[in-house]
Design a protein around this ligand. Structure first.
Ligand SMILES: [Zn+2]
Length: 646
């Protein structure tokens, strides 16, 4: 009854802001794109099998597997202690891995053993083809912490890391987390904090060593090493200590990543959560020049409005049970509406109509569209009992209403994840995160998280969105401005759609081609005119969205005037001035300004076309490199030649 467990993570793309796209491969040929959200569910909710018992969970598992073919779940393995009392009942589940139990449910149940329950409880008639699921098995550390009497000895296991790994292995975990000790939302003194952290840290190392010893066909799960801190510094410190110890271990096992815990009890303070996560991802990036930065990062128990911010910080996977909690509270999260509307409003089930569900159109709303009125009646009736409800041909149990709301709420989370992926692909996540925060009904809190994540201060002008109020006078170079000392080569570049400019692909390519420390980049913004590189991250510069076109005559004149002013004011600070511009509108500006100032080189000297396409053409970039090699830049000839040969 073994199952191939061999899980890997591959980082596909990392945007300048830190957000990542990746792939988790599991089983024979299972695949999962990240960022991904693992729904946290309970599986062993009584006697086997998979689609049985556990009130709302059984409907969730049946629909999500048999109808949606959803392929990734998280379960906290010690949940069985809430549903079962004996070693015998646990051993029954441990006879085969979760995947095999799920396969049986897909086929319609094992009729011989009645594993899926009595006939009336399951549609054996309908058989679906099994598929591979990625099972993320959390260690259940939270249970151990919150209840000091907690023990799994009556189930035949000593309460220690070895037992947890044994259970995770028997259950067939594709991803497993180390046994950890979450930090309660208390004010710890340094000594007790470090003591608690060290317990988690030692277990993480123990797990890495244990899996490293495995041979041949033994399971090779992706292991998430738990990381805990209460603020930026303590999270950073823990991560760094963990990484140093991993260095010293010298393990060959490479399928591991980092899972950040202790966030759930702090989640109402979004800024603190962002700081803790940043502490971890900064430490990973800084350690040995980013040696471990290809490893995946998980944030335990995080979902909802924090996902965009945490993805921006480099988190790859999430898990959540809050969709079930909101469902049980009879709450329905409204789908995102027009982009200027607020996000994440909820309605109670009583306020829903068939129209609401049709408008949403998610998989849950589609299958329950015709049952919404019966479900509304059902929730007023007694739970865990079959009811004949007017409007429904079959008997209903209240749990099914919870399951419907839960699955709809989960679909809203999945839509958000898809949206975030698209923004990463476009390199526009930063801006999306801030816009999202501005629209949220949790606005102040999310803006603080954005500030903690980016280090930028977001102005709060009388409650309105900054990005809507930007005019060409929203940004000017302050009178006190002086170009930086030692940078005596001025390079004017056209603005980019992605901000900050220095993170845009076009600017990165040029900066990489002329990596001279003496080069001072000043961007010609189509809206504001010159923007020196030190001022690129001002909010007004980060969040405007304007591209100069040749038709905008008056704006072209104004931008030209401002660039000329810049040259007249600061030109003598530079020994060499060049503008590298290919698009027509920006080239007009550069040409006129250099002419008016009477000094400076316009490059490329003769582009094939005046379009942005020419910007990264090899001959043009090379011409720029050659120009900067002129006698004035002689001192750095060697460095630049080095760049040329790359
Ligand atoms: Zn829906």
């Amino acid at each position: 009854m073994s199952r191939n467990v061999n899980t890997t993570f591959t980082l596909e793309k990392e945007s300048a802001s830190g957000a990542r796209l990746g792939t988790i491969q599991f089983g024979e040929r299972g695949k999962l794109q990240t960022p991904a959200l693992f729904p946290a569910i309970c599986i062993m909710t009584g006697p086997p099998g998979f689609g049985r018992q556990g009130s709302h969970y059984k409907y969730i598992k049946r629909a999500m597997c048999r109808d949606w073919r959803h392929n990734h779940f998280l379960t906290e393995i010690l949940h069985f202690t809430d549903y079962m009392a004996t070693k015998r009942s646990l051993d029954c589940w441990l006879k085969k891995p979760f995947q095999t139990w799920m396969d049986e449910m897909m086929r319609g149940g094992n009729v011989d053993t009645l594993d899926q329950g009595r006939m009336g409880d399951f549609d054996y008639e309908r058989a679906e083809k099994p598929y591979e699921n990625c099972f993320f098995l959390d260690s259940g550390g939270f249970k151990l912490l919150s209840n000091s009497d907690f023990s799994i000895e009556k189930f035949g296991y000593p309460t220690e890391p070895k037992s947890i790994l044994e259970l995770q292995t028997k259950m067939g975990g594709d991803i497993i987390a180390s046994l950890d000790y979450p930090l309660a939302p208390l004010a710890y003194d340094t000594k007790s904090l470090v003591q608690l952290q060290n317990k988690s840290l030692e277990n993480a190392l123990w797990l890495l060593k244990a899996v490293d010893k495995r041979k041949g066909k033994e399971p090779k799960p992706l292991i998430y090493l738990a990381v805990h801190g209460v603020d930026y510094e303590t999270a950073h410190d823990y991560t760094d200590r963990l990484l140093q110890k991993i260095d010293r271990l010298g393990t060959k096992y490479s399928a591991f990543g980092f899972a950040i815990g202790s966030l759930v009890p702090r989640r109402t303070n979004r800024g603190l959560v962002a700081s803790i996560v940043k502490g971890v991802t900064d430490a990973i990036r800084e350690h040995r020049n980013g040696f471990y930065s290809q490893k995946p990062v998980h944030a335990f128990g995080m979902s909802g409005d924090l996902i965009p911010t945490l993805v921006m910080l480099g988190v790859d996977t999430f898990d959540t049970n809050s969709f079930v909690q909101t469902g049980k509270n009879l709450k329905y999260i409204l789908p995102a509406r027009a982009t200027d509307k607020s996000v994440r409003e909820t309605r109670s089930i009583d306020e829903l109509s068939a129209d609401t569900l049709r408008m949403c159109g998610c998989r849950a709303c589609k299958s329950y569209g015709s049952l919404i009125e019966p479900l509304k009646r059902l929730v007023r009736l007694e739970r865990d009992k079959r009811h004949q409800v007017e409007g429904s041909a079959r008997d209903l149990i209240k749990s099914e209403a919870y399951a419907f709301l839960s699955m709809h709420n989960l679909e809203i989370e999945f839509r958000e994840i898809e949206r975030v992926k698209a923004e990463i692909a476009k390199n526009t996540l930063n801006r999306y995160v801030l816009d999202y925060a501005q629209r949220s009904n949790n606005r102040g809190n999310l803006i603080r998280a954005y500030e903690a994540a980016t280090g930028q201060i977001v102005p709060r002008p009388d409650g309105r969105r900054v990005s809507l109020n930007l005019t060409r006078d929203s940004f000017t170079i302050p009178d006190s401005y002086r170009p930086p000392e030692g940078k005596d080569i001025l390079l004017l570049l056209p603005c980019s759609k992605d901000k900050p400019y220095k993170s845009a692909r076009s600017h990165q390519a040029i900066r990489g081609a002329v990596p001279d420390l003496r080069v001072h980049v000043v961007t010609i913004s189509g809206l504001y005119g010159p923007v020196p590189e030190e001022l690129e991250e001002q909010p007004e510069v980060l969040f405007y969205d304007y591209v100069l076109s040749p038709e905008a005559k008056e704006q072209t004149e104004e931008v030209t005037r401002r660039v000329t002013d810049y040259l007249r004011r600061y030109g003598t600070n530079y020994k060499f001035i060049a503008a590298y511009v290919t698009g027509r509108a920006y080239r007009i500006v550069a040409k006129r300004a250099l002419k008016a100032y009477g000094k400076g080189l316009l490059l490329p000297s003769d582009p094939k076309e005046q379009t942005s396409k020419e910007f990264l053409r090899y001959e043009n970039v090379r011409e720029l490199q050659q120009a900067l090699l002129s006698p004035i830049a002689q001192k750095h000839r060697q460095d630049a030649q080095l760049a040329l040969s790359m």
